[in-house]
Design a protein around this ligand. Structure first.
Ligand SMILES: *[C@@H]1O[C@H](CO)[C@@H](O)[C@H](O)[C@H]1NC(C)=O
Ligand SMILES: *[C@@H]1O[C@H](CO)[C@@H](O)[C@H](O)[C@H]1NC(C)=O
Ligand SMILES: *[C@@H]1O[C@H](CO)[C@@H](O)[C@H](O)[C@H]1NC(C)=O
Ligand SMILES: *[C@@H]1O[C@H](CO)[C@@H](O)[C@H](O)[C@H]1NC(C)=O
Ligand SMILES: *[C@@H]1O[C@H](CO)[C@@H](O)[C@H](O)[C@H]1NC(C)=O
Ligand SMILES: *[C@@H]1O[C@H](CO)[C@@H](O)[C@H](O)[C@H]1NC(C)=O
Ligand SMILES: *[C@@H]1O[C@H](CO)[C@@H](O)[C@H](O)[C@H]1NC(C)=O
Ligand SMILES: *[C@@H]1O[C@H](CO)[C@@H](O)[C@H](O)[C@H]1NC(C)=O
Ligand SMILES: *[C@@H]1O[C@H](CO)[C@@H](O)[C@H](O)[C@H]1NC(C)=O
Ligand SMILES: *[C@@H]1O[C@H](CO)[C@@H](O)[C@H](O)[C@H]1NC(C)=O
Ligand SMILES: *[C@@H]1O[C@H](CO)[C@@H](O)[C@H](O)[C@H]1NC(C)=O
Ligand SMILES: *[C@@H]1O[C@H](CO)[C@@H](O)[C@H](O)[C@H]1NC(C)=O
Length: 623
């Protein structure tokens, strides 16, 4: 108490003016913004080191021991509801419980695509969540989320995960009804340009942004536009009053749904764009962030460091000076979505606070044009590894949006061989053709694998070209890839591709729509639920059983089990069978399956700004 008053006096002294009483809150907030700055700390007794990518972090291994029994138990319930008629899933699980590595291991991936990806992903997440009302009814998929070991997100998909884990992994419904204190979040009708609704001082929002980023710079760290971007996002995703400058991604490791093993492990994907590189090559390094670690199994890096100490000065594989607090939650997801730095750069003066804009221009002058999308991280892999590890040479890492290499679905961490994932539900909200996905993200990851052997990776199934996706309808309903284990290298997961498609709403809004009214937010979420469930099973009453078959497929292979008849039917309907049809398709203009409220049919044009941004960004291709 006294300390707080002392701080306030000090602040008033510094600011050189006696603050009016209602400015005290403001001043206190500003003081808290300084907690955004990372700080030098005494290194712990066991100095943070780089560990090899060959083995999982001991923290993750320990966590798996608490998570796996819970996920298997949830899977048992999911499979009995899925009703694989003619096949006793309970007996199957019982027979193989003694060797848990024979049982299915699930991952779920949420693609990028801005607020569209956040909301469509939220619809799929709600469909998979057993706690969503009616999600255990016939034709629904509730319980798949609870059966998963891992969930991965990038860019807009990373916002969904970070927001949800920060808020204790609550059901998506809570965000819409505003229950449990979530009422002030997910207000996407206000934009990051004006800050959250109900601010006492509008100016204080801009003050917050600049004072937090300024504190980091004063502490001696390089700042980029991504710092401002991450701070702004945090008001929408985490806490509308101060954006939680003091909350770190590594803090999630201590949060309940992780410590109890009740939720899957969240993993975020970030790309590297090496200094001086303008086009991202197909083999660019993909980094992952877990609550415990930051790193990559790609040959350029081949190492992981404790996330809590990621801002430290590492050399030759160990920390020389220790720093904590670099991994601010908003900064991590801001880095994963750094393409959105374009927002700031292209806004005209009436759209953005002039003071802020001139600060941003100063930052930009420091990094040079062409680097506006980067996020600057100290490189913990400096001096680590041998000649094959290119990242050993750089003092800092220039990181960018996880979708900039076109791999807009965050497969990378789920393909880490040591994670043994055998089925991935891939929710794709990419804007490829009229803002609907056309398989481009799948093709990009396939090409990455086709470009050469990848150490540390499991494998990725064969994927046809985008024209085939459209011509065979693979992008307008769920489809399975890599069904035949025998046609793939051992360890390759089966991929259940779940494209965003029009069920009840034209959810194909632009990636750069700055604001989404609540009604539209809800409609996209409901459409995402419908895409994932095939309109609650109305398009295929056996869809939940088919999802169950996909989950069990690799396990059947490992246990030498004959594929049940119902699964044979599912596989013939949902598995891509190798057919190619590369003829140029007609324009993709799908119609609604279940007619409710309208929306836009083709490319949404919400004003010149969006069109301008979209054309600038198309140079980077879409995320
Ligand atoms: C990770 O595990 C080590 C012991 O193996 C422990 O000291 C450390 O606190 C754990 N880290 C976190 C973030 O839980
Ligand atoms: C759940 O299903 C019941 C019965 O079909 C229906 O009345 C109710 O509106 C549904 N709830 C939601 C949230 O859709
Ligand atoms: C713009 O932001 C600055 C802080 O960066 C703040 O002091 C100023 O009041 C803001 N102006 C408006 C019009 O909001
Ligand atoms: C990508 O491949 C090229 C050509 O083989 C190689 O020179 C480059 O070092 C690779 N980059 C990374 C990050 O592995
Ligand atoms: C600036 O933005 C405003 C409001 O968004 C718009 O009306 C105006 O036309 C824009 N001006 C320019 C030069 O783009
Ligand atoms: C260099 O590192 C790579 C991967 O980190 C490893 O596979 C290789 O054996 C190492 N080579 C030498 C000569 O140590
Ligand atoms: C990277 O590090 C160098 C020196 O360590 C620094 O001058 C530079 O500003 C940093 N950032 C970028 C984007 O290169
Ligand atoms: C698929 O999407 C990409 C953009 O991601 C686009 O360049 C390509 O033209 C699209 N192809 C078709 C057939 O729609
Ligand atoms: C199981 O998968 C392996 C490859 O991982 C393959 O060689 C084998 O034929 C498959 N067995 C069955 C029964 O499908
Ligand atoms: C699916 O079920 C949910 C929850 O019961 C309901 O709200 C939604 O309208 C249904 N969607 C479709 C497309 O039938
Ligand atoms: C493979 O799929 C194509 C189109 O999806 C279908 O026309 C063809 O009959 C299938 N072939 C077999 C052998 O099932
Ligand atoms: C089977 O593997 C071959 C060779 O990699 C590939 O061309 C083919 O498309 C694969 N078939 C399926 C159905 O994935």
């Amino acid at each position: 108490m006294y300390l707080t008053i002392g701080v306030l006096f000090l602040l008033q002294f510094i600011s050189g003016a006696a603050a009016a009483p209602n400015d005290l809150v403001h001043l206190l907030k500003r003081a808290s913004q300084s907690s955004y700055a990372p700080s030098v700390v005494a290194c712990p007794a066991s100095v943070p080191t780089v560990s090899s990518a060959n083995a999982l972090s001991p923290n993750e291994t320990a966590w798996l021991a608490s998570r796996r029994p819970k996920s298997i138990s949830a899977l048992r319930d999911f499979l009995s509801r899925a009703n694989l008629s003619g096949f006793d899933t309970n007996a199957y699980l019982d027979n193989h419980l003694s060797n848990p590595s024979n049982l299915p291991n699930l991952g779920i991936a949420f693609s990028g695509g801005g607020w569209r990806a956040l909301t469509n992903g939220a619809g799929a997440l709600a469909a998979f969540d057993i706690r969503t009302s009616n999600s255990t009814a016939k034709g629904h998929l509730g319980g798949l989320l609870q059966s998963a070991t891992y969930v991965a997100g990038l860019s807009g998909g990373s916002w969904l995960l970070a927001s949800n884990y920060y808020n204790g992994f609550q059901p998506i419904e809570s965000y819409l009804t505003g229950k449990n204190g979530l009422g002030s979040l997910w207000q996407f009708d206000t934009t990051i340009l004006t800050g959250p609704r109900g601010l006492i001082h509008v100016a204080s929002y801009f003050d917050d942004l600049t004072s937090s980023v300024g504190a980091k710079e004063s502490a001696g760290f390089d700042i980029t536009l991504t710092d401002y971007w991450g701070r702004a996002l945090s008001y929408q995703l985490f806490d509308s009053s101060d954006g939680r400058p003091d909350f770190h991604f590594s803090s999630l490791a201590q949060s309940l749904p992780i410590t109890s093993g009740d939720a899957p492990l969240p993993l975020i994907v970030i790309d590297q764009r090496a200094p001086g590189e303008l086009l991202i090559p197909v083999n660019t390094t993909n980094f992952e962030v877990s609550p415990w670690e930051f790193g990559s199994y790609d040959a350029s890096t081949n190492g992981y460091v404790p996330l809590e100490y990621v801002g430290s000065d590492f050399n030759g594989g160990s920390a020389k000076t220790c720093v904590k607090g670099f991994d601010n939650l908003g900064f991590v997801v801001g880095t994963s979505s750094s393409l959105f730095n374009q927002f700031y750069l292209n806004l005209n003066d009436t759209d953005i606070n002039k003071t802020l804009k001139s600060l941003l221009n100063d930052v930009l002058a420091g990094v040079g044009a062409g680097n506006e999308d980067i996020s600057d991280w100290p490189n913990p892999f400096y001096g680590y590894g041998n000649g094959t590890a290119q990242n050993s040479a750089f003092k800092n890492l220039t990181l960018v949006d996880g979708g900039e290499d076109l791999q807009n679905i965050p497969f990378h961490p789920l393909l880490r061989a040591s994670r043994d994932v055998d089925v991935i539900f891939a929710v794709d909200s990419s804007a490829d053709t009229s803002n609907w996905p056309n398989g481009t993200a799948m093709v990009a990851t396939y090409q990455r694998f086709a470009s050469g052997l990848r150490q540390g990776a499991s494998g990725f199934p064969s994927i046809p070209d985008q024209n085939t996706f459209i011509n065979l309808g693979l992008n307008s309903r769920p489809s399975f890839f890599g069904c035949d284990a025998g046609n793939n290298t051992a360890g390759t997961p089966l991929v259940v591709y779940m494209p965003m498609s029009p069920i009840s709403y034209f959810a194909n809004i632009s990636t750069f729509d700055l604001s989404i009214p609540d009604s539209q937010r809800n409609s996209i979420i409901a459409n995402g639920y419908g895409s994932a469930t095939r309109a609650n099973g109305t398009l295929d009453p056996e869809w939940p059983a088919c999802a169950g078959c996909a989950v069990l497929s690799r396990s059947f292979n490992r246990t030498g089990t004959t594929v049940p008849k119902i699964c044979e039917g599912c596989f013939s309907r949902y598995c891509w069978n190798g057919t190619i049809d590369s003829r140029t398709p007609k324009p993709y203009l799908p119609s609604l399956v279940a007619k409710t409220s309208g929306g836009s049919r083709g490319l949404e044009c919400s004003g010149g700004l969006v069109v301008m941004l979209a054309s600038i960004v198309s140079a980077f291709t879409l995320i």
